[in-house]
Design a protein around this ligand. Structure first.
Ligand code: FAD
Length: 390
């Protein structure tokens, strides 16, 4: 097996790297896009759009650059390594847009894709409900056809970025009598439609990223139905597959591990430990091995796609491993940094600008979002190992 990339792909990596170094402030920190960080994220997105880099993975006819799968991988690795702020742009570029490319009408493609590519609109994903997360097909939000419109009533929860979004991809039940997977439809909803209320949910990092979204007699034009009525479940699976590719997770972890190694070399550690302490070396060594495994598991997904195959349980393996590896890395960092590592970035006593405290809380969410670890293990058991469902 040859893991080397071609000279063209390496040259592209260099181009992306230089551009990012030029356009990101030296002290840029990954953070939830609120306040000044939000303004910066929007400006950065527009600069990316000028390069065609909001959707470089899309075909040229839809405003992308038609990059090869390996170039996409390189691009994503560099973005993740440099902690480039994508905010909620990724929801349109990576989930909503590609689903519209596959299932949208020409009119829907013309209306939405160019605006996503130019970073003019933000999207959010209205899938989860209070009683429909892992068991997503249990969703109860209703959409009832009324002439040229559907009337939507119900509630969504954990909707990342709904307070910033212009549009939502929405799953709603259109046939309550059909088996639960077969009565769901997929809609594109303008967030300014009367009857939509967005309420903030503050997460354990004290950030406003999530929301609850309430629908009260919201009238959605029938032309905003994506694909066929009652076939929404199958399209949602496409969206979730885009969401689970997890490329970039290992690159983000590599950057964090490099920060930790540099710190350990130079700083004095709690309890008088030093860089040559076996406990410190053990954690760093294990982390280095694990992130290499995570990287190769993501490469496996891309390699399948590059050979024209559709990854199935392999995406679940990559998502499961990379998110849990990211959480383990956070624990290792906290173990090395001691109690100071648990302080928030704003504390004057925080170590490494509180990055490991943030990583620990963030990755705890990441092992849940996009399908929990237990659900990924179930998928691996059923699709990968051929075990029975129950
Ligand atoms: C950071 C983050 C961002 C998110 N953003 C969005 C978003 O933008 N849009 C959106 O629609 N949703 C979003 N979500 C919601 C996310 O998709 C759900 O949280 C997730 O699918 C789990 O559903 P739940 O929270 O209802 O937990 P539940 O499904 O209630 O699960 C509770 C526990 O039971 C376990 N469990 C459930 N079923 C099984 C089973 N069959 N076998 C074994 N164990 C099981 C789970 O693994 C979990 O540990 C986000 C979540 C997070 C954390």
């Amino acid at each position: 097996m040859d893991f080397r990339l071609s000279p063209e792909e390496e040259a592209f990596r260099q181009e992306v790297r230089s551009w990012l170094e030029q356009h990101l402030p030296r002290d840029w920190e990954d953070q939830v896009p609120e306040g000044e960080a939000w303004d910066f994220t929007r400006q950065f997105a527009r600069k990316l759009a000028e390069k065609g880099w909001v959707v470089p993975h899309w075909p040229r006819e839809y405003g992308g650059l038609g990059l090869s799968l390996w170039q996409q991988l390189v691009f994503r690795e560099e973005m993740a390594y440099h902690r480039a702020p994508l905010g909620y742009i990724a929801i349109g570029a990576d989930w909503a847009g590609p689903t519209i490319i596959v299932y949208g009408t020409e009119e829907q493609k013309r209306e939405h894709l160019p605006r996503i590519a130019r970073a003019e609109v933000m999207w959010c994903q209205g899938f989860s409900e209070p009683n429909a997360g892992s068991d997503l097909a249990n969703l109860q939000t209703r959409a009832v056809r009324d002439g040229d419109e559907y009337v939507v009533n119900g509630q969504k929860i954990w909707t990342s970025g709904a307070h910033r979004a212009d549009w939502m991809i929405l799953l709603a039940r259109t046939d309550p009598d059909a088996p639960k997977h077969k009565g769901i439809s997929y809609f594109l909803v303008d967030m300014k439609t009367p009857g939509i209320t967005v309420q903030p949910l503050i997460d354990m990092m004290d950030n406003h990223g999530f929301n609850q979204v309430f629908f009260e007699n919201v009238r959605v034009p029938a032309r905003n139905l994506l694909g066929e009525e009652n076939r929404g479940w199958y399209m949602a699976t496409t969206t979730l597959n885009f969401e689970r590719s997890s490329i970039g997770g290992a690159a983000a972890s590599r950057r964090l591990l490099e920060d930790l190694v540099e710190y350990v070399r130079e700083a004095s550690l709690p309890e008088g430990r030093r860089a040559d302490d076996p406990r410190v070396r053990y954690h760093l060594g294990e982390a280095a091995v694990e992130l290499e495994i995570g990287r190769l598991l993501s490469y496996r997904v891309v390699s399948l796609q590059a050979r024209g195959q559709v990854p199935s349980y392999e995406s679940s393996v990559a998502k499961l491993y990379n998110t849990e590896m990211g959480l383990r890395l956070a624990r290792r960092g906290l173990a090395i940094l001691g109690l100071y590592g648990q302080l928030r970035p704003k504390s004057r006593w925080a170590r490494l600008r509180g990055r490991f405290e943030r990583q620990y809380l963030w990755m705890t969410g990441m092992v849940v979002g996009g399908g929990t670890s237990e659900i990924q293990r179930n998928l691996i058991a059923i699709r990968g190992l051929g075990l029975p469902r129950d």
